[in-house]
Design a protein around this ligand. Sequence first.
Ligand code: ARG
Length: 460
Amino acid sequence: NQAKPWGGVFDGATDARVEAFSESVSYDRRMYQQDIRGSVAHATMLAAVGVLTDDEKNQIIEGLTQIGWEIAAGRFEFKQELEDVHMNIERALVDRIGDVGRKLHTGRSRNDQVSTDFRMWVREAIDGFDLLLADLQRAFVGRAAQDEGVILPGYTHLQRAQPVLAAHYWLAYVEKYQRDRDRLADCRRRVNQLPLGTAAMAGTTIPIDRQMVADDLQFEGLVANSLDSSSDRDFAIEYVSALSLIAVHLSGWAEEWILWSTTEFNFLKLPQAFCTGSSIMPQKINPDVLELTRGKSARVIGSLQSLLVLTKGLPLAYNRDLQEDKERVFDATDTVRMCLELAAPLVAGAELKRESIAERLDRGYLDATTFMEHLIHLGVPQRTAHGIVGKLVGAAMKEGVRLADLPLAAYQEDCPQLDESLYDVLGVEQAVKAFRSVGSTRPEFVAQQVAAWRERLGMN
Ligand code: ARG
């Protein structure tokens, strides 16, 4: 079966069912640019070390470049029987330039070629995510100005807890997405190590110059151990794990905004262009984009799970199982990319319902904790202060009133040092201003952070 690049030792043809079962070209064709770029660098290096003549190198580069154009223009026919994008391109080259093309694969294996292409693909995807995450951060920071002065209830256990500035909420998400960017940048350093030249798993006797290829392809270093290299998919797993965290952050935010846009919360009006309706209930405006963002996190987490299970029992070095990594990485990439592309305009286009929020801010005793801390400032031990305020809240709840509606006598009963000035401390407005700790919702601190983020994200 001379039709296969590996056909020499075989007596007969591959079963067509095996070809269909084992192909990867239907999806790994997405790496054609990386494959061509890697092959050009490899050929350039082979010429530099004297394995190819300059003329041979030029023929190869010209052939590969043309193939690249044809693929880009949709004029290239990928063949399933050639298994993957790598063998499709190499075969097309041989068809074009003849025997010279048969020299391209000198000193390399598909094992290191696949890993090189894949690392370049992931590297580019990471760079794209950095931009998308920054867009989303800018959308949140942009809201901070729009929602200046708005106070929202903060929650623990989804029960009203303490008041916070809306901008404090938005910056909470900005921080999460910054960690996601940092994680991807860190992961990129390990992605960006060149495997090419480790060949099948032991290296090669051909006097190749790996460093030259690394410089050409902008890899930061060389994978040190050939056995490790051909078995290693840590970079893909780390990458999808970073994507999974992004998906989890998006999903939690989506859930929060789904709740906030309900009649029950009534905090938020979603942009209609990002909602859909019901085929039976005429009044419905549903938050489908947010729901799908929440739902699609399942696919991304599933991909991470698949990759971990895929690699967990593999002995060194290359095993064909590894071909199953691409679809999971591609799907996780596409999914998170779509979610981010929609999240930024959705964040920018939503509106806080200021009145509806403000009307109910005095419910839920959001000022109770700051009032307890006021007692601590007056010298009452924390546990005692907690007890006193708890009792006052209990009394207010029975009456169905705010803390500020209780008479001075009720306060002085347990805490005689209190006077009329206590009423200046109560209420969400006072409570927000009373915060002092670094990282708290104190308005000056939040304003400083907004300014710092604007600067950092190039928004000025
Ligand atoms: N199509 C395969 C992949 O993407 C290439 C396999 C190369 N190696 C091998 N020994 N069959 O992983």
